[in-house]
Design a protein around this ligand. Structure first.
Ligand code: FE2
Length: 292
């Protein structure tokens, strides 16, 4: 059964094992919350807790798996400190996931590490980009054909929690919005690719995920009335979820590190519980361009 948030004890990143209940909680779309698992920062690294470290022209500070940080401003010493801190975070996040979910480990693709030093509550954005509305993550320009988005987050803020709302199960949401989604049009996907609006061909799965994302965010009544659980991720805590499946809204918070992994859904413990598995079942047929 779907549980929005499952709390796990302990402070250590390494040497953690999980049982069937924990794996099920994650794969059913819940957030695994480790209130006592802090990402330790040195005294020097505390200097990086400043909003103006982000280049105002960049949406986020990010570091590719092989490369140096982008979107940051600062002295060469600060940038070196930031690079080293983000690399260490990536290493710890990977170790955590590898040890807790050994079946995933050979199939994870390491995506960029991101540092978010901006206060979420004050950010002004269009409805589609506004992550303060309940949504699942879906990328308009990067089709992923059912690949999973697994994310590890840590709150670096010494005083303030990071506030989320976690919604109902993916399946309950999809049942409401699927009837409103227009049919997938392969010619439109080809056009978007030839115009370079998408980096590769959008599949029916991508089309459905983007539509669900937009329908959810645009529907003010859903935003107001849909079931939700408030989560206050404490200073010095860490949490993990499949953000393409967990309905989430970010209300406030500042200073967070995040690591993204991609993984084909067939390497899950239960592929049928993935968004691709759920949408395939609800549609009653295989989706065009994606197969489990
Ligand atoms: Fe999100």
């Amino acid at each position: 059964m779907y549980q929005p948030i499952v709390e796990l004890s302990g402070a250590e990143w390494a040497g953690r094992e999980s049982n069937d209940d924990v794996i099920q909680a994650l794969e059913q779309g819940g957030v695994l919350y480790f209130p006592g698992m802090a990402f330790e920062m040195s005294a020097q690294e505390q200097r990086l807790l400043r909003a103006d470290l982000r280049d105002p022209k960049a949406r986020n500070i990010s570091q590719p798996a092989r490369g140096v940080v982008k979107g940051a401003t600062g002295t060469p010493e600060e940038l070196e400190l930031l690079n080293a801190m983000m690399r260490r975070y990536r290493h710890q996040a990977l170790q955590l996931v590898n040890e807790m979910f050994p079946r995933y480990s050979a199939h994870l693709r390491i995506e960029p590490t991101s540092y978010r030093p901006t206060e979420v509550a004050s950010r002004v954005q269009s409805w589609r980009a506004d992550d303060r509305r309940l949504h699942v993550d879906a990328f308009p320009s990067r089709p992923n054909r059912g690949e999973r988005i697994l994310r590890v987050f840590s709150n670096l803020n010494p005083q303030q929690p990071r506030m989320w709302r976690v919604g109902e199960s993916f399946e309950a949401m999809a049942q409401q919005f699927l009837p409103l989604i227009p049919a997938f049009r392969p010619w439109e996907a080809r056009l978007l690719r030839s115009l370079r609006i998408t980096k590769s061909l959008r599949s029916e799965y991508d089309h459905m995920m983007l539509q669900l994302h937009d329908h959810m965010k645009r529907d003010l009544r859903y935003q107001r009335e849909a079931p939700r659980t408030v989560a206050a991720f404490a200073p010095g805590s860490t949490w993990v979820c499949f953000s393409d499946q967990t309905l989430h809204a970010v209300d406030s918070g500042q200073f967070m590190l995040e690591q993204t992994f991609f993984m084909p859904p067939q390497h899950q413990y239960r592929p049928d519980q993935s968004p691709l598995g759920i949408l395939t079942r609800l549609k009653g047929r295989e989706l065009q361009g994606a197969r489990l």
